[in-house]
Design a protein. Structure first.
Length: 546
């Protein structure tokens, strides 16, 4: 049921006719007709201006902008040249994939939800298509029989086109991995990549697949992807994926590329096979002697406006001299300290619980020294607990009580020696400490992509309701194509002098609505825009200059 709504913007009243609809399960007001400010609304009512007109408005800005980037990059032509020809309901396969990509960027949801969403936008008018044909079966058919090789070729062709038009650098690239849980049934043997493994969203009870991703250091532009089994660890995948890049990076020259990656990829074999330059985090457990460097000897550096304490030293790792930079972070220290205190409290609770059993005559616990010592070893298994706790079981052959205390001096020594420290390793001897740390920290662009890909507002890879390897790979491709389009749009807008995040940009553009006004007694249709805020107006002007 429609209702009249008053909205106050910068102290001024604006009126519109709205209807509440559920989009992605959330009540969302949809503007059916916009009347303007109070004065204009009153004048139009008095003049009977609405008596013979039908009005309808659609969300316009975000889908229009992304489709403009589609045209600029010639995505439709690229996909037509690579994918096998197929037309369903008057739409080419490439058009169906583009629609799915734009939905992923603007309003992620299932293909059933896509039909409801696209009818609230001007995208069908921009593309010249009929939205009533876009059923889930339509997309299922259009995604069918696209091979992994074709997806790689499409990725490469899109990247090549982007580098023809934009000045993204390939000298520094970031690599990282993540995984996505699914609801694929355990008995489903049509899927070979969804396996149980350590899930980063703590859903270890479900089958998952993994994604390796390479991005530019600037803007986090997705370059190359690889979908693989959910039970394969990062170290194993690193060797396979880096080898694939040799044939995919344009004019591949390993000596001109610096690969930035996290510590999960590190092992002796992977370091030995690396052809490119590298910057990565590294576990201090392999070179514990670096813990002995006093924090007082660290130097201060200003990086992106923040002070970073660091200590640089050449050090041999796995038989080769490498540039090692120790950094100290207060936030890391706080996180590690919180975890340490939780572990200490857990040990206290477990020992007290064990004592209760020892004191209870009805307890069936074995009080033998061997059994109690084994239980204490399990209780104290967390790092540093043996050093912090002084434990004294009372009794000879039969233990009757466990006395314990916390050595605060040992705890403080552990905190000062081990906590807050991180090791960055590189072969870039000629680079300054500033440049190495700054380049490593720019890797957070890829971590933001992974966070976005699990967020339901924009760019989300979930929900995914595909249950075969082939469909999952096409789904990932379309989702990351949507992210690519948004990244290019964001770069264009930033180049116009705006300071706005990618998500906020899409949110503001979404509020730019286009109205269709039709005479009841005639066939003439006029198009106009709802009144925009100052920011929306400026964005729209910039968008039309891209």
């Amino acid at each position: 049921m429609a209702s009249l709504q008053r909205k106050i913007v910068k102290g001024r009243e604006y009126w519109s006719l709205v209807e509440s609809k559920r989009i992605n399960g959330k009540p969302t007001p949809i503007v059916i007709e916009y009347y303007g400010n109070t004065k204009k609304f009153a004048e139009k009512l008095l003049n009977g201006e609405y008596n013979n007109k039908i009005l309808k408005s659609f969300s316009h800005g975000d889908t229009f902008a992304l489709y403009k980037i589609v045209q600029k990059l010639e995505i439709e032509k690229i996909l037509d040249n690579i994918f096998k020809k197929r037309t369903r309901s008057g739409l080419k396969r490439s058009q169906s994939i583009i629609i799915a990509a734009i939905q992923s960027a603007c309003c992620p949801g299932s293909k059933n939800e896509l039909f409801d969403w696209i009818q609230t936008t001007t995208l069908p008018y921009e593309m010249g298509i009929k939205a009533n044909k876009l059923t889930s079966q339509h997309f299922w058919s259009q995604m069918d029989d696209i091979t992994e090789e074709e997806l790689d070729k499409a990725e490469d062709a899109i990247v090549k086109k982007i580098f023809e038009l934009y000045d993204f650098e390939l000298e520094k690239i970031a690599l990282d991995y993540t995984n996505y849980f699914t609801y694929i049934d355990s008995s489903n043997d049509r899927n070979s990549i969804a396996k149980r493994g350590k899930n980063k969203q703590k859903r270890n009870d479900l089958r998952q697949y993994s994604l390796a991703l390479i991005t530019t250091k600037e803007s986090g532009l997705p370059l190359y992807t690889h979908v693989y089994e959910g039970n394969v660890n990062d170290q194993s995948e690193f060797f396979q994926f880096v080898n694939l890049l040799k044939n995919r990076i344009p004019n591949y020259d390993p000596k001109s590329i610096t690969l930035v990656f996290d510590g999960g990829s590190n092992n002796k074999k992977n370091f030995a096979m690396l052809e490119t330059h590298y910057i990565c985090s590294f576990s201090l457990s392999y070179c514990k002697e670096l813990y002995e460097i006093d924090i007082k000897d660290y130097k201060e550096l200003k990086i992106n406006g923040k002070s970073v304490r660091n200590y640089r030293i050449p050090h041999e790792i796995w038989g080769k001299q490498r540039e090692c930079i120790l950094t100290f972070s207060e936030s890391l220290l706080k996180g590690q300290l919180k975890e340490l205190n939780n572990d200490i409290q857990r040990v206290v609770n477990n020992i007290e619980e064990l004592n209760e059993k020892l004191h209870n005559p009805k307890s069936r616990i074995s009080k033998s020294k061997t059994n109690i010592e084994a239980k204490l070893n399990v209780i104290l298994c967390k790092p540093h607990m043996n050093a912090i706790f002084k434990v004294s079981p009372r009794g000879s052959d039969s233990i009757t009580n466990i006395e314990f205390s916390i050595d605060e001096a040992a705890k403080l020594e552990i905190i000062n020696k081990y906590f807050g420290k991180k090791l960055i390793v590189s072969d870039r001897k000629e680079w300054s400490t500033f440049e190495i740390i700054k380049t490593y920290r720019e890797q957070d662009c890829i971590e933001k992509i992974f966070r976005d890909s699990k967020d339901t507002e924009h760019f989300s890879i979930r929900p995914q309701y595909h249950f075969t390897d082939q469909k999952i790979r096409v789904h990932i491709f379309s989702c990351l194509l949507g992210l690519t389009l948004a990244t290019i749009l964001h770069k264009d807008i930033l180049n116009k002098g705006f300071d706005i995040s990618k998500t906020q940009l899409l949110n503001d553009l979404r509020q730019i609505r286009q109205c269709f006004i039709k005479d009841k007694i005639g066939l003439k249709v006029n198009k106009t825009f709802e009144e925009m805020t100052e920011l929306q107006s400026n964005l729209w002007c910039a968008l039309n200059k891209i």
